[in-house]
Design a protein around this ligand. Sequence first.
Ligand SMILES: Nc1nc2c(ncn2[C@@H]2O[C@H](COP(=O)(O)OP(=O)(O)OP(=O)(O)O)[C@@H](O)[C@H]2O)c(=O)[nH]1
Ligand SMILES: [Zn+2]
Length: 212
Amino acid sequence: MPFQSVTKLADADFPTAWGHFRILGFEGVVANPIPCNVDLPAPATRIESAVALVMGDIHAAPPIVRIHSQCLTGDVFHSLRCDCQQQLHQALDMIAAEGTGILLYEQQEGRGIGLMAKLRAYELQDHGRDTIEANLELGYAADCRHFELPAAILSSLGLTAVRLITNNPEKVEALELAGIQVVERLSATVPSAPTNAQYLQTKREKMGHLVL
Ligand SMILES: Nc1nc2c(ncn2[C@@H]2O[C@H](COP(=O)(O)OP(=O)(O)OP(=O)(O)O)[C@@H](O)[C@H]2O)c(=O)[nH]1
Ligand SMILES: [Zn+2]
């Protein structure tokens, strides 16, 4: 999906529990976005935003990168329905251990369907649907995300090669397509729990994620 523009809007000091980062804010304008829901009209343009947490010298060698999709329920409320919060913390632990790396936090809540639709999908899952079936029943694609904005941000940071923390082959493909070499894929697998076992099984069996 082509971007009309990708702009860096802010670059500030950012001390955290994991160490010292810079926090960068980016905005991208997408022209003629493909609608994600069959029942909703597509706007002429869509604005996407993402945050980059940058630690250390990211140009000395291909840095560790995590592209993390927003999950309010997991990241903020520590939900046990998914593995997002543990993945977020694991990635920040890995970056802190190396003293360098980038966490891209992109606002594609609920695999791009938005928070309210994700909560409605949870309701359907409570009645037996898996994550994909619930999205489809609400008129959405199984996964509405695309990863052009994170790729464009990495390019704008002057990177041509990274080590990517992910189990999702689509993220690797998206970066490679954008001319960013993924020289290593680092596993984003975290221990499963009874509350997220079916969620992880669907990712593995129906979405092709490399969850061990
Ligand atoms: N639609 C929908 N989205 C969900 C659900 N559970 C979690 N999500 C969203 O899924 C996104 C995370 O995607 P995942 O498929 O778990 O993982 P990934 O980012 O593709 O892959 P990794 O890089 O391996 O973590 C976040 O935006 C969550 O809000 C759900 O039941 N339904
Ligand atoms: Zn989550």
